[in-house]
Design a binder for this molecule. Structure first.
Ligand code: CA
Length: 229
């Protein structure tokens, strides 16, 4: 699975920046702009981690945090709280809100990404392994590089996420719909045929003289990464 992060932040410019940077880091990102919407969204689909602003319209970040901690499904979901000032950070520490970590605005994006990875490493280690290997393919999440048989492979962002997902469960066949959910997100309106286009691009990028095609097409079922093609 690609880690799914929900951003609850009402400052549009910051939310956009977070969204952009986290997607670039290979996460699946969703964003909402108030606490009420945040709670509703979590109820529909539990994310792997929340980035939660302290001051939010309708329901505050602290209250969102408390309510999530009361539910068994979200009791252990990592929450990274964003605060505007040091004094809010003091409260986050003192109030026992249940947040796992916090950052005071403004913060550096690489600091945020490092904290997110640290939280995920604790809660879902399989999601944040730095290096995936299958057959002669290596995908290095830390440097975002892919190689086959030692030669660099250049992939677009969608093909990269697709390969990351397939490499987590080699041999298993995924339907187009399942790949859409995992790579594009459950709420995107993309046609299943789009998956075929990107699988085609990935296959082409991985092609090397004399090396087998590792992507298996299973008629009417979907696709798998498989050495026994
Ligand atoms: Ca705010």
């Amino acid at each position: 699975m690609i880690p799914h992060i929900l951003i609850v932040e009402d400052e549009d410019a910051l939310a956009t920046l977070l969204d952009y940077n986290l997607v670039r880091e290979g996460f699946r990102v969703e964003r909402v702009a108030d606490g009420e919407e945040g709670l509703m969204r979590v109820e529909e689909e539990t994310p792997d981690l929340l980035v939660l602003d302290w001051m939010l319209p309708k329901v505050s970040g602290v209250e969102v945090c408390r309510r999530l901690r009361q539910r068994p499904e979200t009791r252990r979901t990592p929450i990274l709280m964003l605060t505007a000032r040091g004094e809010e950070a003091d409260k986050v520490r003192g109030l026992d809100t249940g947040a796992d970590d916090y950052l005071v605005k403004p913060f550096a994006m690489n600091e945020l990404v490092a904290r997110i990875r640290a939280l995920l490493r604790r809660s879902r280690p399989e999601l944040v392994e730095e290096r995936l290997e299958y057959a002669d393919i290596v995908l290095d999440r830390a440097s975002h590089r892919v190689s086959r048989g030692g030669a660099d492979i250049h992939l677009g962002p969608t093909e990269y996420r697709l390969l990351d997902f397939l490499m987590q469960r080699p041999g298993r066949v995924f339907s187009r719909e399942r790949l859409l959910d995992a790579v594009w997100g459950a709420n995107t309106y993309v046609e299943a045929r789009t998956v075929d286009v990107h699988v085609g691009r990935l296959r082409k990028a991985l092609r090397q003289p004399g090396a087998p095609d590792l992507i298996r097409t299973v008629r009417s079922a979907g696709y798998a990464l498989d050495e026994r093609v």
